[in-house]
Design a protein around this ligand. Structure first.
Ligand SMILES: [Zn+2]
Length: 363
């Protein structure tokens, strides 16, 4: 509590002293990529986090972007700016939304429409195709919200089954219901709220056809398994096949990727390169700088865990610069692979550096 207040005072002073404005000037050629997931639409009280933002927080953020002077652009345009093929105008920001939650349609799309903000939805296609709720997310959120630190052994065993992706889906769903009921939740109303469900294929197509989101790749099963080239190929194929079928667009449409759970490796990046993927995002925090590799693009993970002032500090680049000066790295940054001489996507042989490819960003 004291630390939170001290941080808020520090940020307020930094902002008043012009550190946010200066950081923004210093990073004006960098792209800000925001990352969201779903919104919390259940009746179960929850203050929101980076996974399930409250709809009012999301709407406030979308309203803030232009107020703060950022220029919302599509992911495709941002990638062209990063390549140096398009001039960087304003301070570009890209909105990305992971997974395909039903609440993206009902609680996030209206704010995107109202503020005319283009967004990219990285779709994890299996739950869209099967219509299943996500038993692991349902069980673990209800446990967290129940306030029970320790579960009785039989409920703990049910929790394990609900979260075990190797178990049959029927068994996982039954186990999630056991957990929910043991914790005193009305499982029927939670399932009915669709808080833990994805969009149906028709709902996803509707969102896409109305131009509210572009849809791109996030694997079929939300995993790259052992991160081997074969695993990457298998997941890209299943994901793209499902999305081609649902959206009725050609396979070539899918050129942007988001690493599920942020897990990446050099061999996975090389496999994406082989498949003609033009950009890939992670959950490592930061701005996409001119020298950033376009197959490991960092994002600003936004949610109710970020106070409005923290959000401003992240967006301005102040927090990223401060972390650099202090030599601080988040857990996600520590696990980013070293890409060494892996070329940027679309690099002709012999032209390896970002500064050569993106002179407008290097200036
Ligand atoms: Zn995801």
């Amino acid at each position: 509590m004291v630390a939170t207040r001290a941080r808020a005072i520090f940020l307020r002073v930094a902002k008043l002293c012009g550190a946010f404005a200066l950081s923004r000037r210093l990073t004006r050629k960098s792209v800000r990529v925001l990352c969201y997931h779903g919104a919390w639409i259940s009746d179960v009280p929850f203050r929101g986090d980076a996974m399930f933002i409250r709809p009012e927080t999301f709407a406030a953020r979308m309203g803030q972007l232009r107020q703060l002077g950022y220029e919302p652009v599509s992911l495709g345009d941002a990638v062209e700016m990063m390549k140096g093929n398009k001039p960087v105008r304003g301070t570009p920001v890209v909105v990305t939304i992971d997974d395909g939650w039903y609440s993206t349609l009902t609680a996030m799309a209206p704010a995107l429409q109202e503020h005319r903000i283009p967004a990219t939805l990285y779709c994890h296609s299996e739950p869209v195709v099967t219509g299943n709720v996500l038993p692991n997310v349902l069980a673990s959120y209800l446990h967290q919200l129940s306030g029970y630190p320790k579960l009785a052994p039989p409920i703990e065993a049910a929790m394990k089954t609900a979260c075990d992706t190797a178990s049959p889906m029927e068994a996982r769903l039954s186990a999630a219901k056991v957990v929910a009921e043991a914790l005193g939740y009305d499982i029927e109303s939670i399932i009915k709220s669709r808080n833990f469900a994805y969009m149906t294929p028709d709902e996803l197509k509707d969102l896409f056809d109305r131009g509210i989101v572009d849809v791109q790749l996030h694997t079929h099963t939300h995993s790259l398994h052992d991160l081997s080239p074969n695993a990457v190929t298998g997941e890209l194929d299943r994901n793209a096949d499902a999305l081609v079928e649902i959206l009725g667009v050609p396979r070539q449409h899918f050129v942007h990727f988001c690493f599920p759970s942020g897990r990446s490796s050099r061999s996975a990046v090389e496999a994406l390169l082989q498949h003609g993927i033009e950009s890939a995002t992670t959950v490592a925090d930061g701005l996409a700088m001119p020298e950033t590799h376009r197959l490991l693009i960092p994002r600003i993970i936004d949610g109710d865990n970020l106070h409005a002032l923290d959000f401003e500090a992240e967006m301005s680049g102040f927090k990223m610069l401060l972390r650099k000066v202090l030599g601080m790295k988040s857990e996600a940054q520590k696990y980013l692979p070293d890409l060494g001489d892996v070329p940027q996507p679309g690099t002709p042989p012999g032209r390896l550096t970002t500064t050569e490819l993106a002179p407008s960003l290097a200036r």
